[in-house]
Design a protein around this ligand. Structure first.
Ligand SMILES: *Cc1c(COP(=O)(O)O)cnc(C)c1O
Length: 500
């Protein structure tokens, strides 16, 4: 067998000791991002240990049930309908219809699929319908376009506010347009797009308007209630036709739950799929997936009732209190600032005269998990309840990291990174992949390993940024992902390798 293949592992012939399996799993988590200590600024949303334990209990009650067939488990069907109704009421149209999906991406896929079917009917001569959206919209739209044969027309955002450019949007709308998209808020800088103006353009041109409130749907209404300025963004805005809202973010539900909502029931029907010719029976399914975990729906239903509006406002108050402290603290540190004026608890730290990726490396070395962004270069912060306790330590380490990143300390490769454009890898690829990306990138750039492949991400971003074009970069990242999703040569079975 070739030396670069891993040793195969078989299904164990006999069942292994349960305690040993669970202990191994607990030990394995030591290497994971420490979200519970408030050191992770994406991926996890924590409502406090008590609520989290309650959600887990609710999930487990429906651990085995499958919401694929709504007539087999009427309890799940009714819970799903209630979650949709409560979400629709919260977001401006109590009579909106919708479904629960596995996450924001699937909700967005459904909105794009519905828009394509709508275009087939209303724009029959258009071969490839178009969706006009700001560059800051979530890549789930790009994924949807890739899957469904729809063309995306990206429009710029305003330079200082990072909000969708209304005039550019208006210009981009043609007779091929099926839908306009705005976000509330967008993920990169956490600002709400000018939804009222975008939706007015959609209405004037007789096209659809989707609001991506995946991260904001269960936060903005409560932030507004706390007295913060939140521009109109929901289903009540004239012209808005659909909205995506994640329950598994600030809804604090278990992972695997989002809502897709439509003002018009006839539009929702266009997301559905039915096949009547299968020998296994007549098949109909509302969303992308077949089997749908009952636990995710049950947990969402349970947490909405457990917290109630008051509970969500309280959690939002705690989060916004943490946001204020972060804002004030960051304002006191020369060399970094928050980009734009974020409307809630999602934001981006950018450098003022220093390399922010270098600051990111220093923060990583101090045990913080911060995603890197591009255009402009920045570090992402999504604040949640777990950060209440860590905010002072964060600010102290940020100050130290900024100090350690002053210009005279920069190395040669890092200098090259400054001002250059970073590819898609920066947002989606975690640190371990980056070293593979770098190796691949250095091969492409004909830099030998002997030249010292940089280990720190600031230097890697610099190298990736100097690749000829972003298409190459997408290939490199896909190769890296491909390599990551296999066992490596020398890998032992986890159960044998890890000593709990
Ligand atoms: C998280 C997010 C999504 C995608 O949601 P997933 O649950 O990760 O699939 C889409 N849009 C925005 C603005 C988001 O923050």
């Amino acid at each position: 067998m070739s030396a670069d293949l891993p040793d195969p592992i078989d299904l164990p012939a006999h069942g292994q000791d349960g305690a040993r399996i669970l202990d191994t799993m607990r030990a394995l988590r030591d290497d994971d991002a420490r979200w519970h200590d408030g050191r992770v600024f994406s991926l996890v949303f924590h409502p406090g240990d008590e609520t989290a334990a309650f959600v887990r209990e609710a999930y487990n009650l429906y651990f085995s049930e499958n919401a694929l067939n709504p007539s087999a488990f009427p309890s799940l069907r009714r819970m799903e309908n209630e979650v949709v109704s409560m979400t629709a009421s919260l977001l401006g149209n109590p009579h909106a219809v919708g479904n629960l999906t596995s996450g924001g991406t699937e909700s967005i896929l459904m909105a794009v699929k519905a828009a394509r079917e709508w275009a087939r009917e209303h724009r029959p001569k258009v071969r490839e319908p178009e969706i006009v959206l700001p560059v800051t919209a979530h890549p789930a739209f790009d994924k949807a376009a890739h899957y469904f044969g729809v063309k995306l027309v990206h429009v710029p955002v305003e330079r200082d506010t990072y909000r969708a450019d209304v005039a550019a949007t208006e210009k981009a709308v043609t007779r091929r347009t099926a839908m306009i998209v705005g976000s509330a808020p967008q993920y990169p800088q956490g600002v709400v797009d000018p939804i009222t103006a975008l939706a007015a353009i959609a209405e004037n041109h007789g096209v659809l308007m989707h609001v991506d409130a995946c991260v904001g749907g269960y936060m903005l209404p409560f932030v507004r209630e706390l007295g913060y300025d939140v521009p109109p963004f929901d289903l009540s805005v004239p012209g808005v036709t659909s909205m995506s809202v994640d329950l598994h973010k600030y809804g604090y539900a278990a992972k695997g739950c989002s809502a897709i909502l439509y003002n018009e029931p006839s539009l929702r029907k266009r997301q559905y799929f039915a096949y009547a010719g299968w020998p296994g029976g007549i098949y109909v399914s509302p969303t992308m997936t077949g089997t749908r975990p009952g636990g995710a729906i049950a947990a969402a239903w349970a947490v909405l009732h457990r917290l109630g509006r008051e509970g969500y406002v309280d959690l939002a108050r705690q989060v916004m209190h943490t946001v204020e402290r972060l804002r004030d603290g960051i304002a006191d540190i020369d060399g970094v600032r928050i980009a734009g004026s974020p409307h809630m608890s999602v934001m981006c730290i950018v450098g003022d005269g220093l390399d922010i990726y270098r600051v990111g490396d220093e923060m990583t070395a101090r045990g913080w998990h911060l995603d890197r962004q591009q255009d402009p270069a920045g570090l992402h912060l999504t604040v949640n309840g777990a950060h209440l306790e860590s905010v002072d330590a964060f600010l102290a380490d940020l100050r130290a990291s900024v100090q350690a990143s002053q210009p005279e300390l920069r190395d040669r490769l890092t200098r090259r990174a400054r001002g250059l454009v970073l590819g898609a890898a920066g947002r989606v690829v975690p640190a371990p992949v980056l070293s593979r990306v770098t190796r691949a990138a250095s091969r492409m750039m004909k830099i030998g390993e002997g030249d010292g492949v940089p280990k720190r991400s600031a230097a890697m971003y610099g190298m990736m940024a100097s690749l000829p074009n972003k298409g190459d970069l997408a290939e490199v990242v896909i190769d890296a992902l491909d390599a990551m999703t296999r066992r490596r040569p020398g890998d032992r079975r986890l159960l044998d390798e890890v000593d709990p």
